[in-house]
Design a binder for this molecule. Structure first.
Ligand SMILES: [Cu+2]
Length: 151
């Protein structure tokens, strides 16, 4: 009985501290030789308020979380310090929106490659957890929904 009670208690603690984050449809845009940067995309959903703090990958020297912003009719991307994952709400990283920027690529990312990504999630209480994701590389001509200013 005592052991059961402790296990239940441990379960409660992990529930309260760690958000359960699910990752759907991760993918990375394949590159051409000598291309030094590309984007990684996915849908994230957390059962509790949490934050995507950073991402790491062995294929890239530098990984940043970027957002696309309109600046005088021109889409630009800029790094953000993190991405909020509100409880129960799907957050989409997609071309033309938030994305994971893989920079200083160590090799060409070819179609069909499996790119490992390590997501660092910060829970509401400040604790952190990591999430391992494998994102397949999709071809260069995968739809790019970048909206440009219309004239
Ligand atoms: Cu970017």
């Amino acid at each position: 009985m005592k052991r059961f009670a402790l296990a239940a208690l441990a379960g409660l603690f992990s529930l309260s501290a760690l958000a359960d984050v699910s990752v759907a449809e991760p993918w990375v845009r394949a590159t051409v030789p000598a291309q030094k940067a590309t984007g990684a995309f996915m849908q994230l959903k957390s059962d509790a308020d949490a934050r995507l703090l950073s991402v790491a990958s062995p294929v890239a020297g530098v990984v940043e979380i970027h957002e696309m912003v309109m600046d005088k009719d021109v889409m630009k991307m800029s790094p953000v310090p993190g991405l909020d994952l509100p409880a129960g709400q799907a957050v989409e990283l997609k071309p033309g929106g938030y994305h994971v920027m893989l920079m200083d690529l160590k090799a060409q990312v070819k179609e069909g490659d499996q790119v490992p990504l390590t997501l660092v999630i910060q829970n509401k209480d400040g604790s952190r957890q990591t999430l391992e994701v494998t994102a397949p590389a999709r071809p260069l001509n995968a739809p790019m929904k970048m909206e440009h200013g219309k004239h």
